[in-house]
Design a protein around this ligand. Structure first.
Ligand code: SF4
Length: 354
């Protein structure tokens, strides 16, 4: 097993691994704590470990998969990390060729200044690239390269923790999480256990493949669900979410209903609002009718501009009118204010722009 998979080792394997590096078995526990709870990435700064072991780790061990390639910090403190991974699925070896490296993004979103107690949120990716192909999304432009391993997902949390304590996580980065669910569940279990970010503080966003949602229900999914619906018009959804072109909105909503019945947790429906595409009163009306009577919430996300995209940011008036229409129809609708917009607005843009 490559050392890059260190983050997903069991306690026994961890003890074995650290012994091979010349430490005592209990040093494995300390090392994991330094990474997961304190966010210390440099072995030389892990003061709970003996100096000889720290030196050995610094010289020989690759504790995190991949390598940070670029970091961009916005005025509001939002930090986007571009992480280079190995080409092969599974253990990622150190990446030497920046130009050809597979990359994913993780975004550390600090607490709002007016509510510092709310804590920071980490947005993580589950795939390198994405096969869904939403035309407004920078991540989908290059298709899917491969799924991330559980260690590669946990590695994003450790890098995020190094930027400050994390309170919650959203799986809304690059990729469709339900197409890599085993690795995601393994990673979330480790994060819950060792970082204390549990199911109530974890939201997974999906385009809502009904069969995958039903299958996931069998394992009592430990997270809140958000379904990226974008519109209640079947034809338009087929254009905006091409991988779902053959699955009707009624089928997606039924799967969301089954999720709510089985878990008791309300589903959030997400709508990326695109100027002149799905931000009109008639679109709001269609959505209100489709969701009417459901216990759910709606998250409106004004499109983040991507350079050379044919899609545009909707006007604030249209966004407000859309939200008000849903509110008057009895739905709970919130508008997500963009964070860190000036440092690579859309998911995957940093990756494309590097
Ligand atoms: S919006 Fe999400 S599902 Fe669509 S292409 Fe981008 S990453 Fe994939």
């Amino acid at each position: 097993m490559a050392s890059a998979e260190f983050l997903t080792l069991s306690p026994e394997e961890c003890a074995e691994r650290i012994s091979a590096w010349g430490g005592k078995p209990f040093h494995g526990r300390i090392l994991r704590r330094e990474l997961m709870q304190r966010g210390v990435l440099d072995p030389m700064e892990m003061t709970g470990l003996p100096l000889a072991l720290r030196e050995r780790l610094a010289a020989d061990a690759q504790l995190l998969p991949g390598r940070e390639l670029r970091r961009v910090v916005a005025r509001d403190g939002t930090t986007r990390l571009l992480i280079a991974l190995g080409e092969e699925e599974g253990p990622s070896e150190p990446v030497s060729d920046d130009a050809n490296a597979l990359t994913v993004e993780a975004v550390h979103i600090p607490a709002k200044a007016r509510d510092p107690e709310s804590g920071a949120t980490l947005c993580v990716s589950t795939q390198a690239g994405c096969p869904v192909g939403c035309p407004f999304c920078a991540s989908g432009r290059l298709g899917l390269a491969r799924n991330l391993s559980a260690a590669e997902i946990v590695g994003q949390f450790v890098r995020g923790r190094a930027l400050g304590p994390l309170r919650r996580c959203v799986v809304m980065g690059i990729g469709e999480p339900f197409l890599n669910l085993p690795a995601l569940l393994e990673a979330l279990a480790i994060v819950r256990e060792e970082m204390g970010i549990g199911g109530r503080k974890t939201t997974v966003s999906t385009v809502g493949f009904p069969d995958l949602l039903d299958r996931a229900l069998r394992d009592k999914p430990p997270f809140q669900l958000a379904i990226s619906l974008h519109t209640a018009d079947d034809d338009l959804r087929g254009q905006l979410v091409p991988a779902m072109a053959d699955i009707s909105i009624a089928e997606v909503l039924s799967a969301g209903d089954r999720w709510f019945e089985a878990t008791g947790r309300e589903v959030t429906y997400e709508i990326v609002l695109l100027e002149g595409v799905n931000d009109s009163p008639s679109q709001a009306d269609l959505l209100a009718r489709a969701l009417g009577g459901r216990r759910c919430s709606v998250n409106l996300i004004p499109f983040n501009s991507v350079s050379d995209s044919e899609y545009r940011y909707p006007s604030p008036q249209n966004v407000t009118a859309f939200a008000e229409y849903l509110g008057q129809a009895g739905l709970t609708a919130t508008v997500r204010r963009p964070r860190g917009q000036e440092v690579g607005a859309a998911c995957g843009q940093l990756r494309l722009n590097r």
